[in-house]
Design a protein around this ligand. Structure first.
Ligand SMILES: Cc1cc2nc3c(=O)[nH]c(=O)nc-3n(C[C@H](O)[C@H](O)[C@H](O)COP(=O)(O)OP(=O)(O)OC[C@H]3O[C@@H](n4cnc5c(N)ncnc54)[C@H](O)[C@@H]3O)c2cc1C
Length: 510
């Protein structure tokens, strides 16, 4: 089924190749519009990371304070990381409602849910207003049980939403309802999130880049920040325990000291001095001293079939819904505008020590797992050719929610830890970070509970984290595969897979 397809970090994702080809045809001048930094430059705000987080932040700053000088640094090209590699699910957080309730109470949880849901429409509106054909399709998203052990995985969320008058956000479906949307011999009942959408993720990322350039943001691609405010990437430093504090005074007060970023690019070393900095580093954050212990990096891989519109019609999957099974090591699937299936997940692999290397882009094992998921979920299309495969890193926190903060005493603001679910949430993150960076203290985004949440619980230091993460993943994947085959996993396997929850992390199977 895989043929000769091998994932490779040296190759762009299929999404990004498509997006860059279209961009080169429509606006060839844009390709060279973001050259690497030469020498030194100053800014009101420097943003590090040219993914959705960095770019939504820059966009929002251009709305809040159009005269602000914004410089965005990206080591690769904008969208070269997970923002141009992801599954393109723009989901809501209603499935996370019980966790939100626990952390923020009923008002905070509802506000967060509403804000993330509204972000889906914001993505659609942004694309429509700016002529970005990112295939924005708001057809909702289905979570299905694909084995008896997965039945009712959504019950707690459905119940707590119902208790708070939000039943329409996450609607249980019978097996017949599921089959009315997509047919598989292993699908049972499920749950539907009507407010979710899908996009062509890299077209969205490159569209954001174009709009930012049009608004006068200075984008410096191929420019890596190698030192931030005197710190360098490397082995783990302090916990960053104080990073939960609210931002302190910034700007031009007495004793003001700009943030100094040293950069490296093909054109040599450079420097940016800025009054404020925003970090949208995603998994790369795990290599910086402030964040290392609070994030686990994890790989996620996607395989893409040849176009099979007739076969999609055979299984009734023509409505454009996003789809996932209810494993912990979940498979997520969606269709493309030309009738392919993109399927990701099935396990992934933990990274070590905040290093972002080949394990995130070149693992044939991870690709095989994703492809095996397609064969199991849709045996009738097991013969289709896989034409592409790629992977990328995700950054996981102990409670599966992103972590917003500011470096204590310094005007450096960040959000990391989307835990594999950042497409929609990054819109809200961009608002929060922009408001912090330009000190728009009345901005409603700053009142959101998450903007003021504390740091997530730390993970164990390396190598315990790496060993533990691999052990738990292996146990969970084996347990879930046995359950899918109708077997009863040994107690030891179940207990190891439950370990993270047993010791208080909001991660892993129950
Ligand atoms: C295979 C896969 C599938 C996914 N599917 C989904 C999905 O369907 N839905 C969903 O919501 N989420 C999904 N995600 C997660 C989602 O892609 C991320 O949460 C989101 O893209 C995060 O955006 P970001 O801007 O924070 O990070 P990124 O897109 O990773 O951007 C960070 C950028 O920072 C740059 N950078 C890092 N260090 C430096 C430095 N020192 N100097 C300069 N630049 C630097 C990197 O090159 C990178 O481009 C998926 C992720 C993967 C890998």
């Amino acid at each position: 089924m895989l043929g000769g397809v091998k994932p490779s970090g040296a190759r762009r994702s299929w999404w990004l190749r498509e997006a860059l080809t279209a961009e080169a045809a429509a606006s060839p001048h844009l390709t060279a519009a973001a050259p690497p930094l030469r020498g030194s430059i100053s800014a009101d705000v420097v943003i590090i990371g040219g993914g959705y987080t960095g770019m939504w932040t820059a966009l929002r700053i251009s709305e809040l304070e159009p005269s602000a000088r914004v410089v965005l640094l990206e080591a690769d090209i904008c969208g070269g990381g997970p923002s141009g590699r992801n599954g393109g699910f723009v989901t809501n957080w209603w499935d996370e409602f019980p966790t939100l309730l626990q952390r923020y109470g009923p008002i905070g949880a509802r506000q967060m849910g509403v804000a993330i849901e509204a972000a889906v429409d914001d993505v659609g509106a942004f694309c429509a207003t700016n002529g970005i054909d990112a295939w924005f399709t708001k057809a909702g998203s289905l979570l299905v049980s694909a084995a008896p052990a997965q039945d009712g995985a959504w019950d707690v969320a459905v119940e707590s939403l119902r208790a708070h008058g939000l039943a329409d956000k996450y609607v249980p479906l019978s097996a017949a309802d599921v089959a009315g949307r997509v047919r598989s011999p292993v699908f049972r009942d499920g749950v539907f999130m009507p407010g979710a959408a899908t996009v062509q993720p890299a077209v969205l990322a490159r569209g954001l880049r174009r709009v930012l350039l049009e608004r006068g943001v200075t984008i410096l691609e191929g420019t890596e920040a190698v030192e931030i405010d005197g710190h360098t990437r490397g082995p783990f430093g302090p916990l960053g325990a104080g990073a939960r504090r609210a931002p302190t005074r910034r700007g031009t007060g007495v004793g003001f000291r700009p943030v100094r970023i040293r950069t490296r690019s093909t054109t040599g070393d450079g420097e940016v001095l800025a009054a404020n900095a925003v970090l949208g580093l995603n998994a790369w954050a795990a290599g910086w001293p402030w964040f290392g212990r609070r994030l686990v990096t994890w790989s996620s891989y996607i395989v893409l079939t040849e176009p099979i519109p007739d076969r999609l019609a055979d299984i009734g999957w023509t409505g454009g819904e996003g789809l996932a099974d209810a494993r912990f090591t979940l498979h997520y699937l969606r269709t493309t505008a030309d009738g392919r299936i993109a399927i990701g997940g099935g396990g992934g692999t933990a990274g070590f020590g905040g290093r972002i290397g080949d394990v995130f882009t070149d693992s044939l094992d991870d690709v095989r797992r994703a492809a095996a998921g397609l064969r199991r979920l849709f045996p009738s299309i097991a013969d289709v050719r896989i034409e592409d495969a790629w992977g990328g890193p995700i950054d996981i926190t102990s409670d599966h929610l992103p972590w917003f903060g500011s470096v204590p005493g310094r005007p450096i603001h960040f959000v990391h830890g989307y835990s594999g679910n950042g497409v929609g949430p990054s819109v809200v993150a961009g608002r929060i970070l922009a408001a912090r960076a330009v000190e728009a203290s009345a901005d409603p985004s700053l009142a959101l509970a998450l903007a003021n949440g504390g740091a997530p619980r730390a993970f164990p230091p390396e190598p315990a984290r790496f060993i533990g993460a691999r052990l738990v993943r292996e146990a969970a994947a084996r347990r879930e595969s046995m359950e899918e085959r109708g077997g009863s996993p040994p107690r030891l396997l179940r207990e190891v897979s439950r370990l993270p929850r047993r010791i208080g992390y909001h991660l892993g199977p129950d």
